[in-house]
Design a protein around this ligand. Structure first.
Ligand code: BGC
Length: 251
């Protein structure tokens, strides 16, 4: 359902949904800056569509927002419908998320993959603004998310965290969660990330990697240890990229 947005012109509402938290803010679309504080609520467990819809209602209510809403989600999302469930509750599979959330809040909602959202924010306002060529956003967190941009245009749902690497699903080896789970020190983890990036490099020949997600909060611990041919930059919008990118797709 799409209704007329009563949002102030130039502002939009973004929600970033993750495995542990759901965060939201009003975004200034002229600058990509947040107009309000980020408000965070723990992701309910189990994270079913119904339970998460209740949190979405709370997030929107907290900010007193009455316009439409964009939502970043850690899965394949095609035309608002969830197409994978690597790190989310399986009950999301094939659910029309746009419809469930729209019905819960009573305004239009559009969902987008979380790494695609983060990349959109970076190509619009951040380190990849006006970048000409092939830029690849990679987020290192619970999983590895990817967002592929050609001259700023998104090729959605690339899911490169699930490339097979040495017989493993790559994100199970090189995500931030793998570093913690396997008790790796930074050089050991950086070695795995380098191996992964070299693989992606060989397959896509990107002109730029933008790295984001949890690991991009401490780039000094690992980024210099990585040696690849492609230029790598750290995402500039850090924690806010998902919210800002989500706001950009609000209907
Ligand atoms: C999911 C992606 C998501 C990434 C980061 C992966 O497990 O398959 O859709 O972008 O995690 O959250």
């Amino acid at each position: 359902m799409t209704t007329l947005s009563s949002a102030p012109i130039g502002q939009a509402f973004g929600i970033d949904i993750g495995g542990s938290g759901m965060k939201a803010a009003i975004v200034d679309l002229a600058t990509g800056g947040l107009v309000t504080d980020r408000y965070r609520i723990d992701t309910p467990q189990p994270a079913t569509p119904e339970a998460m819809a209740e949190v979405v209602v709370e997030l929107v209510g907290h900010h007193g927002w009455e316009g439409s809403v964009g939502c970043a989600f850690p899965a394949i999302v095609r035309n608002g419908t969830v197409g994978s469930a690597a790190n989310i509750d399986e009950s999301w599979l094939n659910v029309d998320a746009d419809r469930i959330f729209s019905e819960a809040i009573g305004v239009g909602v559009h969902m987008i993959n979380d790494a695609d959202a983060a990349g959109l924010a970076e190509v619009r306002y951040g380190v990849a603004a006006n970048f000409a060529g092939v830029a690849m956003m990679l987020t290192f967190g619970t999983g590895i998310g990817s967002g592929l941009f050609v001259n700023g245009l998104l090729v959605p749902n690339t899911e490169l965290g699930h490339l097979e690497l040495d017989g493993y699903d790559a994100e199970t080896r090189a995500a931030t969660s793998a570093r913690k789970r396997d008790g790796l020190n930074w050089p050991q983890w950086a070695g795995r990330v380098e191996h992964y990036l070299r693989h992606v490099e060989a397959l896509f020949s990107p002109d730029l990697f933008v790295v984001g997600g949890g690991a991009s909060k401490s780039p000094h611990k690992w980024l210099d240890l990585i040696s690849i041919d492609t230029e790598i930059v750290v995402a500039s919008m850090a924690n806010n990229a998902g919210i800002v990118g989500a706001a950009l797709v609000a209907p």
